[in-house]
Design a protein around this ligand. Structure first.
Ligand code: PMV
Length: 322
């Protein structure tokens, strides 16, 4: 039995940073994201009773033992529910750099759980699927859906739900890639260091519900200025929490900062654009429909920008074969 699924990365506009329970990978705060189109993870899962153990091929190469173990732990969560699932060969390909702040773990695990679920005799409902995805990567349940998506903590678990369809507000996203190197400190370690040492962490957690409510209302009203204000505030607050950890975490490089100022200048000149930055050096400029051309050329002109990737909003994870 061989099943192929695709999923796209998502970008948080109200950030998740910090875990309430590391073992269960429970986020301390909710988050709101947009799912992208164009950037794609394609994952094929083949269950095979002749294999001794799970295997992972990532972007055409046998994956590291750490990555393979992470995928195997995800498969084990399905095996708790379907104990007769044999070992699996997983082949996953990203159309973009892995682990460089372009949310490859989100699309990777969304594609994986979708493919595995498609192979089950009795597939799980979306709630249970999202729970498994969340345990593997905190941001991946959001990639199960397209458009604007909210992940909310709820009584020791989480719920994920779409807020608005991509067609109802087709925002455009310009990603300025400022480095292709994999990040040195992954998000789980960064979050734990922030939780345990940053003096701003408690204030961050306290403030999150208000930011989520503001963003939800702005999305429902298609209020771009209001969404941009809360998204930039959430992004800068997340990085401030991380920078104040000991030792402080600085995910940005100089070009990231240049891009941030340029986005604000463009907005000062009347362009509808705001930025967000995840746990990496890439900057994502979110633009109103039809206004990303000048933003893309302005960011491309900044020394140190290695590549510009342009996306629209995309669909949720889905099976593409058979
Ligand atoms: O899904 P994780 O555990 O890699 O965490 C994602 C954290 C951020 O990308 C920085 C923020 C977010 O909400 O996506």
């Amino acid at each position: 039995m061989e099943i192929t699924a695709v999923a796209h990365p998502n970008i948080a506009l109200v950030k998740y940073w910090g875990k309430a329970d590391v073992r269960r990978n429970l986020p301390a705060v909710g988050s709101i994201s947009v799912t992208l189109d164009r950037l794609t993870t394609t994952t094929t899962v083949r269950f095979d009773a002749d294999l001794d153990r799970d295997e992972l091929v990532l972007d055409g190469q046998p994956a590291t033992p750490e990555r393979t173990a992470r995928v195997s732990r995800c498969l084990d969560l399905f095996r708790h529910r379907a104990p007769d699932l044999p070992a699996a060969m997983v082949e996953s390909t990203n159309s973009f750099p892995t682990a460089a702040g372009l949310a490859s773990s989100a699309s990777g695990f969304a594609a994986l759980v979708t493919a595995v679920n498609g192979a089950l005799k009795s597939p799980l409902g979306v709630g249970e699927l999202a729970e498994i995805a969340r345990r593997c990567s905190g941001s991946s349940p959001r990639s199960l859906f397209g458009g604007f998506v909210e992940l909310a903590p709820e009584d020791g678990t989480t719920t994920v739900r779409p807020i608005l369809d991509r067609r109802d507000w087709p925002l455009e996203v310009v990603i300025a890639v400022t480095s292709r190197a994999a990040k040195k400190i992954g998000s789980t370690d960064g979050m734990e260091l922030s939780r345990t040492t940053s003096p701003f962490y408690d204030a961050w957690v306290e403030r999150s519900p208000g930011d989520l409510a503001t963003a939800r209302t702005a999305i429902e009203a298609r209020d771009f200025a209001a969404l941009g204000a809360v998204a930039e505030a959430s992004c800068l607050a997340m990085h401030a929490v991380a920078m104040a950890a000991r030792p402080g975490l600085v995910y940005w490089n100089g070009t990231t900062v240049e891009c941030l100022h340029r986005v604000r200048e463009l907005r000062g000149d009347g362009l509808p654009v705001f930025f967000t930055i995840d746990a990496g050096p890439q900057i994502k400029a979110i633009c109103e429909p039809g206004s990303s051309d000048p933003v893309a050329s302005a960011l491309a002109d900044i020394p140190g920008v290695a590549e510009i990737v342009r996306c629209g909003l995309g669909d949720g994870a889905r099976i593409v074969a058979p």
